[in-house]
Design a protein around this ligand. Sequence first.
Ligand code: PMP
Length: 287
Amino acid sequence: MTRTIYVNGQYQPYAEACVHAEDRGFQFGDAVYEVCEVRRGRLVDETRHMQRLARSLSELGIPQPMSKGAWSRVMRETIRRNRVGDGLVYLQVSRGARPRDFLFPPHDVKPTVVCLARRVSPARLEAAAAEGIAVKTMPDTRWARCDIKTVMLLPASLAKEAARGEGAKEAWFVDDTGHVTEGASSNAWIVDREGRLITRQIDNAILRGITRTTLIDLLRREGVELVERVFSVEEAQAAREAFITSATNFVMPVVRIDGKPIGNGAPGLLSLKLRAEFHTAAEHAER
Ligand code: PMP
């Protein structure tokens, strides 16, 4: 099967899909993106992902390239053409292509839009969750607007690469007061000795994860106590459980932080329960 990618209004074969060399996403990181889970052919939490995309665009003053209905058609068509049952959809919107200039282009320059879909093996994800993952902490060297989902992902890429060098699947960023902000591509959570869930409060230092928001709905429904506050690396290492959330990992247990085992070193029971129940709280779109 030939994979196809949507670029600026056209579905193109994978090998031919390209954007202009002077695209501002390429030159300035002047672009935003979204990653949405596809489960049994359906988009998960599409409404919230599209709301966050609209917010990211508006914070950067990039015009909305198409209507909600058009987005929905492009995503579904990309999923269909690539025959994705379980996997993800990736959307990216840049401010467009124009001879290099720090200043914004005139209003008639159209944003560049890319949409691709790819399969992810549920079995591999479940195997990872059954084992749990290790994380490595490192200083948060990102900018002061991590609430916007931009493609400026170099600090995240460097951090994940360094984590991999030590056998860890995710990096947890730590601010200059010693508190965990979030994962390189996930939100960070711990469970304290009393069974309360703790995750950092929303501010400009972290991305408001859609998985985080939907999990909070689930916690309310289940009556699990949640405290939104900062926590230190030491507190996380002494926690009963730890996990990360993201659209591609749902709830993924963390079993080691900087080599130190969390709890008894196996995925926590609450983490696994929340993972098993997560999709009952999520929105599943029509095809
Ligand atoms: N924080 C960062 C920095 C991320 O890149 C991601 C993944 N997009 C998340 C949190 C989790 O967000 P979501 O649950 O919407 O995937």
